[in-house]
Design a protein around this ligand. Structure first.
Ligand code: ADP
Length: 502
């Protein structure tokens, strides 16, 4: 569940990161495109400003030519006009209109004399007049040629607006150029994503606008999407792995903490069981000690005789040593049992381990008139576990079995059976007790569940934890022939599996 919500969070973060990467790309492209448009606009603006100034110069020089003689030297004017038009293709026509004639007449037949006359009449002095023709496609410039404030000629220049704003420098993709005459009182409202500036000319009020058909938020190209997607997916994978590793480390630390608690609890349990074992151990020790005493007395008697039989004497000392070793073994087993050593995982032979437990509890079994024995199918069952902890599991199960048969009429027996099942090693403790009640069966492994007046209810809960630590399971059931069976199932060691395979 936890990993699902973690992965969902990583997925959301990944999608957000991907979205942000795309947005950053778009933003970058957008500002780049805006900068390009601005740059192109400025270049074009400079160019048009220079061209517009040339119109002023042409009109001034033509005006001087027209005034050179009376009547004006039309043939010369026509020649000059033709060369201007040839050199400056944006100037599509030059005309001279004689305003003194009625109606005024165009001398070069280029412009409409009525329109030129209308503009010329409105011009104050020799000021230049502008007028948009053909819906703004062409621009008409009109100037009166005046000498000392009087004169009857008007000069006209017809400019092609498209050529006026044409440039050799390529425009950014999707950009369009608009050059318009600013009419008095006309509001100029350029679009937000465009370049717009007035041409710096006193005589020709023009506005240059560059618009772009590029989308406001350009979509990143497929390669970018694929790369960003790949990187985000990789980052998501790495974050997932890192979090997973952190969780595993935490889980390991938690387990280590639990293991330490279990080890302490197990030790407390063993120390606790010492009380129960004490009488049995004392009983067990009596035998070798009594034997040592009697052999020692016999030896002393023999030594008192003048002709002591050396061989008999040696036999007595041999028996003393053997029994002393046996007593030492009993105490050694006890010391190992209550030792507080660090858990060590080693290869453990289950039959040997069962024998140890039988040794420890034999006196207790005898005390309640029960038989305690180990039976096996002859196969060697080796597992990887901590010997002391596993011994404690079996000890607890056997002790529970003995408690179940204590005071029972009829058979009182506890059997430890060691064998294999489905490739695993199985150690089953069976007793001839009353078996498990339905309630006990349901709650057996719960901590503090006990039906005994002085019970703690921790034995089986601890057993499960210890067995699981060695990758095993503990199961309980009632045997068909009566009594309870507790089965510890553990994976066999690699060495044992090899042996079995041979
Ligand atoms: P405790 O022995 O302190 O009660 P355990 O965890 O060892 O704690 O056992 C819990 C309970 O399980 C016991 O009180 C008993 O009711 C039941 N139980 C355990 N082993 C047997 C058994 N061999 N036969 C019947 N009941 C058992």
């Amino acid at each position: 569940m936890l990993w699902r919500s973690r992965r969902a969070a990583i997925l959301v973060a990944g999608l957000v990161a991907f979205g942000l990467a795309c947005a950053a790309y778009s933003l970058n492209r957008r500002s780049h495109a805006a900068a390009e448009l601005e740059e192109a606009g400025r270049t074009l603006h400079r160019l048009i400003s220079q061209r517009v100034d040339q119109h002023d110069a042409h009109l001034t020089s033509l005006s001087a030519l027209v005034q050179a003689a009376e009547p004006a030297p039309i043939a010369t004017v026509e020649q000059v006009a033709a060369s201007i038009v040839r050199f400056y293709p944006r100037i599509v026509g030059i005309d001279v209109v004689d305003l003194a004639l009625s109606p005024p007449r165009s001398l070069l037949d280029v412009a409409d004399p009525a329109v030129v006359t209308e503009e010329a009449r409105q011009a104050a002095g020799s000021n230049l007049r502008t007028r948009a023709l053909d819906g703004g496609a062409r621009l008409l410039l009109v100037k009166r040629a005046l000498t000392d404030g009087v004169g009857h000629y008007a000069l006209a220049l017809v400019i092609d607006m498209a050529r006026l704003s044409a440039s050799d420098t390529p425009l950014p993709e999707g950009a369009a150029v608009h050059l318009r005459l600013i009419e008095p009182g006309q509001a100029s409202d350029p679009p937000a994503s465009a370049f717009s500036a007035e041409i710096a000319s006193r005589t020709q009020p023009l506005r240059l606008t560059l618009t772009t058909s590029a989308p406001d938020w350009p979509l990143p190209p497929l390669a970018f999407l694929a790369l960003a997607g790949l990187l985000v997916a990789l980052a998501m994978f790495l974050v997932d792995r890192l979090l997973e590793a952190r969780n595993v480390a935490r889980e390991a630390a938690r387990k280590a903490g639990l293991a330490e608690q279990d080890a302490r609890l197990a030790h407390a349990g063993r120390v606790n069981a010492m009380g129960e074992l004490a009488s049995g151990i004392a009983h067990e020790l009596t035998q070798p000690l009594t034997a040592i005493l009697s052999q020692a007395q016999a030896a002393r008697r023999l030594l008192a005789q003048p002709e002591a039989d050396q061989a008999v004497l040696a036999g007595a000392f041999e028996a003393i040593a053997r029994n002393a070793r046996r007593a030492g073994d009993i105490l050694g087993r006890l010391r190992a049992w209550i030792s507080k050593s660090e858990p060590v995982v080693e290869t453990v032979d289950l039959t040997e381990l069962a024998g140890e437990v039988v040794h420890l509890l034999a006196a207790n079994a005898q005390g309640i008139g029960a038989t305690l024995r180990v039976s096996g199918d002859g196969s060697r069952s080796l597992v990887r576990a901590d010997r002391v902890q596993l011994e404690q599991v079996v000890f607890n199960l056997v002790r529970n079995g003995l408690e179940a048969v204590e005071g029972r009429d009829g058979e009182r027996s506890v059997t430890i059976k060691v064998g294999t099942q489905g490739g695993d090693a199985v150690l089953a403790v069976r007793d001839s007790g009353p078996g498990l009640s339905p309630e006990a069966q349901a709650r057996l492994f719960e901590p503090f569940f006990t039906t005994k007046p002085a019970g703690l209810g921790l034995g089986l809960a601890l057993c499960v934890r210890l067995v699981e630590r060695f990758d095993g399971t503990l199961a309980a059931e009632n045997a068909a022939e009566g009594g309870a069976v507790f089965s510890v199932r553990l994976p066999r060691s690699a060495e044992n599996q090899r042996e079995a395979a041979e």
